[in-house]
Design a protein around this ligand. Sequence first.
Ligand SMILES: Cc1ncc(COP(=O)(O)O)c(C=O)c1O
Length: 401
Amino acid sequence: MAGLGAPAVLKSAAAPRGYSWGEVEKMIARGNADGRLTVDDLPTPALLLDLDAFESNVEKMVRHAAGSKRALRPHAKTHKCAQIAKSLMRAGAVGACVVKISEAEAFARGGVTGLLLTSAMVGRHRIERAVALGRKQPDTIFVVDNAQNAQDMNDAARAAGIKFHVAIDLLVANRTGIQTGEPALELARAIDKLPNLKLKGIQAYAGGSSHVVGFEERKKHSHGTMTPAVETRWLIEKNGIECGWLSGGSTGTYNIDSEIDGITELQPGSFIFMDIDYNVIGGKDGPEYRDFRNALTVLATVISKPSREAAAVDAGFKAFATDRKFGPSAKDVPGLRYNWGGDEHGRLDLTQASRDLKLGERLEFIVPHCDPTVNLYDRMFGVRAGKVESILPIDARGMSQ
Ligand SMILES: Cc1ncc(COP(=O)(O)O)c(C=O)c1O
């Protein structure tokens, strides 16, 4: 069980309402709700994590990975929270993926081991920080996609008297990585000759497959993208270089990639929270993707009610990431339409809403895109049956360096 909630003794404590702001502020600052805070006490906009849904998502993914004999190293850029990374590891994950060195440092400070940096350490300062991290946590894996960068990593490791575990990052999405086949083999040969690098295997993240709409279409896309990655692994091994590890996959392709022979590890991220972007990709059994539950919401307050058809909430561009074409969706009021109302506000169109709203009422909104939304908050509140069980700091918030 992922276990982010409070100990049972606190969960059963009475939940008196109506704390003063000063009392609430103290509990939030201490990072301990003592099992007494309720959702009604929270200042809005606030990021909420439905613990029942989160735990069910974790359990499902862990069971799937174990059942298909794949390691699970969830991507932590989704949650940026050391407590969540550690709860995933308690449930069975082998570590956590991160993108940037600053994120990795934050997770290492928080006691997270088994880090995989999914983006290469290019540049003097990044490499300097990679050395410090590699010294502190020798099980860290760094990706490389270029022979010069491999040489630079090797030289820095040699000067520090350490060895780096490295994985070849393959260009299977339109982003970073070296081309599959011969170019990757050449890089494997170069790494093999460098005494302070140890080749762990391959990273191949097929970002272009994860949100393909329709399960069969997604499957076809992922097979088309991941087959050259797996063939590259076999090519490297056929040439006498050990390459027994291949990490890839996403929330959209976890149950596709786990069936591809040669992929040894899954690195999905969004499944713990879900978002509208994933809800619409279509599942195995219908047009809505329901493999995982919506666990992440933004709590907002109705602060203006000019007419029966209109209302405004206190959550706008600064409360939700706005990188998708669609806006947030009200969790419990079908038909309610959210329209962006600028930096600080959302305009609600109630013409089709299932019910009217009251001034001061609080509403939960499912977010358009989870990762960049989480990055807007200092903490999220772990909630069960209206009570705040845990206050989870977003340790790596803003760490994009
Ligand atoms: C390298 C890498 N691995 C895994 C993931 C996880 O993908 P998702 O959040 O879609 O599950 C991402 C997401 O962008 C990624 O960049």
